[in-house]
Structures are given as C-alpha cells and as structure tokens.
Design a protein around this ligand. Structure first.
Ligand code: ACM
Length: 510
C-alpha cells in the first residue's frame, strides 16, 4: 500500500498488511486530552458520517492517545496496529499524529459527506517532529478583504500541512480591517475604498466598485478559537508608519499634508505615511495595544516595511523632531515607532515581529525579523542578534506567478519573476552564508499571500497550492528531492480535491 504523506515524517516504517476500521470508531484518551480527540472525531463525522465514541483511557478502543514525556513540543509517535496508538507530549503533538493518521486513510477523509463503509489503514510506525518552530503563512486581508469563513478555511488547510502560524496583515494603504473602538473612523472610513485596479496596476484601469470590510472583536475571537482547535497561532500585524494611507484617510491629522486623502485605490507603496508627532506615535501605540489585547500572549507584528521618507524630508515638524533626537538621517525617524511599540509589547508579554527594514533605523535585538527582501537580510539580522523568520520574496511570495505560461492569471510581479512549486521545494530555510553558530537564530519560515491580485477564494487556492504543500515539507524539515516529492505531491492532490481546494495543476516534468 502506498503511503504518500505531506509533509513527509522524519521516520516512516511501512509494515506489511493493513488494519480495517469501521463505524463506530472508539478512541481512548485521558480526560485532559479530550478536546483534541473531539476535533478528530468531528472531522471524521463531517467527512464520512461515522460515529466516533470517545471512551475512557482504559477502555477497549481502535485508537489510543497517550501522553508521554519524550516527544518534544510538537512531536509524536504513531503506530498503526490492531490498536493504533499515538504518543505525544503535548496536545499539539497529538493533533499532528491525528492529522497524519487522517492522511493514512482515503482522501475522502478530507471531504464532506462521502459514504465509506470501511477504512484500510497501512500498518506503520512513524516517529516525527518538526525541525522549525515557526511554520507560517501570511495572509493580506487589507488589499482584498477576506471574510471569517475564508480565513477559517485557510486555517484548516494550514493545519492539514502541519503549519502552525497564520500572520494576518490587517491594514495597508488600501484598507483598514480591524475595529478599534476608540478610533472608529479607522473602520467607518478606512475599511472601504471606492475603486480597485482592473488587471495589472500598470494598465491604469479602475473598476469603480466599492470594496471593503473589517473584523470586529467577535470575528477575531471566532478566528482565534477556530485556529486554537487546530494549534495554529494567529499573529496580527499592524503595519505602520508606512502603508498608512487608509489610517490617514480616517484621521487626516495623522498625515503630513493639509489636504485630506482617500483610502488608496492604486497598488504600490503610497508616499503618504504617518507624521512623527506625539499624536501619531500615540495613535500607533494605542492601536497596537488594543490589537495586542485581542491576542493575549501572542506575538504581534508591527510592520515597518517600505516607509518612504519623502514627506518627512519636506516637513518642518519632522525636522524639529530630528533635532530633538539628534538624528542625522530622516530614516531614523521610523525608529521612534519601532522602539515605542517594542517596549510596550515586550513589557506586556508579547513577542515583537517586524519586517526587515526596521533594522535600518536600529531595533531592539529581541525583535524577531521577518526577512523578506532577501535571504541576505536574514543573515544580517542573525548577525545583529535577532531571531529570524525566513520570508524571502524570491522563494516565498506566493503572489508571484506559479508558472511562465501566458495563460497564468495576472500576478504581482511580471516575468521573469516566477515561483513554481519546484523552486519553493528547493528553498533552504537556513539562509546561504549563515555561520553554523547562528543557525539557532532561524525560527523557521513563512509563505506570503499578498492579495493585490487575489480577490476571490478560488484564486487564493490557486496561488497557495500546490506551493504551500511543497513549502510545508521544506519547513517541517524533511524535504528530499524534487523527483521523490513529485509523486507524493501528485497523490496529495486528491486530498486537496476532497477539501475543495482549487489548486494549480502540477505540470509533468519537461
Ligand atoms: C513587503 O513585502 N513589503 C513586506
């Protein structure tokens, strides 16, 4: 029996024969792990309508879930025998064992409402765990708003691939997507734009159709609860002081101009950034504190990318602030935001993540750097004492083309910028040139789904898959060769199909 698991476990021994399961399935588990078993039971019930009985730990069962002390934070051991067992040290490890058990069954276990009498599972022994603790996906809900159901669906897909972070990019020039009750215009004004480009930005065409939406505190709670069941950590990002045009449209006094602005209707990098007054710094502080409170204990991403300094350079108020702080370079002004937000977040139990540009004006070494401009930025960050999340656009920006063909949908970067899944699979989480003594600085990696050119759920699927499947194996730390992975990926597509994922086809090798 073929065993095509994605991502590949660290150790897989396939033994001879199969074990047959039928409904009702009995799962034995200690009381404190009941909720993990319940998620698996719900999945099975939804996919094939089986009855699943969760029974006491010492009762006879088809599947026994045990807590042991030697499997690490996210590891597990899975044995499929007359009784299947999963050993893990944490609920997350148990959940990954169950997720892999599901992959050992038919693809219909990932679907919705198939009629299945029996399941034949291969007899196996698996000993597994990830190499990296940050296995992330980033989703831009600012350029195109995506509803709670779509976000939760992506969380399910992420969990199937044993990825564990979803970074939500909650604001940008083109939209503000999270309600902050003390700053109501952020969503009343900033969550809506009057038009969106048609086709590629460079075509300069507009649809003149209003677009918008935002999450309130209840939506955020729904997303967090859904993610927690699947051991996915939600990381909120508030991107300031650049990418702030929607915020300035809502509160013009936060900007540098006398004239009001609208929520931006073009893609790209707006020149309109927050000013550097106490009011604007206080605004950033206030918003980030509110968001952090909605995500207790979570890392908070404070953005910091692509902040043009044109407006600051021609602002007398900014010049005065530079004198006050003894700055010689206008770019140093950005550091005022970084240090203030970092200080508060760290003091209140939140790790801080930021895009690599924050290093230009200096950042506390405790800030975790998301290296997006290149792998070289990750090397620089690690050498400066930062922990690093690898997110280099050359490999991990899934808004780039999937393939070179003329029939690919419009994507952010034109050819020759193209990232087929094979290139993703070749990606090295440890950046080239990083001294072995600094490898421990690399927390993991993250795939980016920017949505300037992704307006629908189907298109999101198309850009995410199969690249995310390839990425999951890279960041789990068990990749082999493209030739070995390809047939496993092809088999995995039937699971994606069952999940209703509109993935891009896997081309035959030329
Ligand atoms: C980015 O792509 N501006 C982080």
């Amino acid at each position: 029996m073929d065993v095509d698991l994605v991502p590949r476990p660290r150790r897989l021994d396939v033994r001879s024969g199969t074990v047959t399961w039928r409904s009702p399935l009995r799962i034995a588990v200690e009381a404190q792990r009941y909720s993990v078993a319940q998620v698996f039971a719900d999945d099975l019930r939804g996919a094939i309508g089986w009855r699943v009985e969760i029974v006491a730990f010492d009762a006879p069962a088809d599947l026994l879930l045990r807590t042991v002390d030697d499997c690490g934070e996210e590891g597990y051991r899975l044995t499929v025998d007359d009784t299947a067992t999963i050993d893990a040290s944490t609920p997350a490890g148990l959940s990954y064992g169950l997720s892999v058990l599901r992959q050992l069954g038919p693809a219909s276990l990932f679907g919705d409402g198939a009629v299945v009498e029996t399941i034949a599972l291969p007899r196996v022994f698996i000993d597994d765990g990830p190499s990296y603790s940050w296995r992330g996906v980033h989703l831009d809900v600012a350029r195109h708003f995506l509803d709670v159901a779509t976000v939760c669906r992506l969380i399910d897909q992420i969990a199937v691939h044993r990825l564990n972070h979803l970074h939500l990019h909650l604001n940008d020039d083109q939209g503000w997507r999270i309600e902050i009750p003390t700053w109501p215009f952020l969503t009343q004004v900033g969550a809506y734009r009057r038009s969106t480009p048609i086709g590629h930005e460079r075509d300069q065409l507009d649809d003149h159709v209003a677009h918008g939406g935002f999450y309130d505190a209840r939506d955020i709670a729904t997303i967090r609860q859904h993610a927690a069941r699947r051991f996915v950590h939600i990381v909120p990002e508030i991107d300031l002081p650049g990418h702030a045009q929607a915020a300035i449209a809502a509160y013009p006094s936060l900007g540098n101009l006398d004239d009001p602005l609208e929520v931006w209707t073009r893609w790209g990098i707006s020149e309109h950034v927050l000013n550097v007054s106490e009011e604007a710094l206080g605004f950033a502080d206030d918003v980030v504190r509110h968001v952090a409170d909605l995500f207790p204990g979570s890392p908070v991403h404070i953005g910091g990318d692509e902040c043009p300094t044109t407006e600051w350079s021609s602002s007398t108020a900014a010049a005065e602030v530079m004198v006050e702080h003894g700055f010689t370079d206008v770019a140093q002004l950005q550091g005022l935001f970084t240090s203030r937000l970092t200080e508060w977040l760290l003091a209140h139990g939140h790790e801080v993540v930021a895009w690599d540009e924050v290093m230009d004006a200096g950042a506390d070494a405790r800030v975790v750097i998301a290296a997006w401009r290149s792998s070289g930025m990750a090397v620089q960050a690690a050498q400066s004492g930062h922990d690093v999340i690898m997110a280099p656009m050359q490999f991990l920006y899934f808004d780039w083309l999937n393939a070179e063909g003329a029939d690919e949908p419009v994507a952010l970067a034109p050819l020759p910028f193209c990232t087929p899944w094979e290139k993703v699979y070749r990606f090295s989480v440890i950046p080239p040139g990083l001294d072995a003594s600094l490898h421990h600085r690399v927390r993991g990696a993250q795939a980016q789904l920017w949505t300037e050119y992704i307006a629908t759920r189907d298109h999101l699927d198309y850009m995410a898959f199969p690249r995310l499947a390839a990425f999951s194996e890279v960041v789990w730390g068990t990749k082999t060769s493209e030739a070995e992975f390809r047939p496993r990926l092809t088999a995995h597509l039937s699971r994606l199909e069952a999940m209703g994922v509109r993935y891009r086809a896997v081309d035959q090798p030329s």
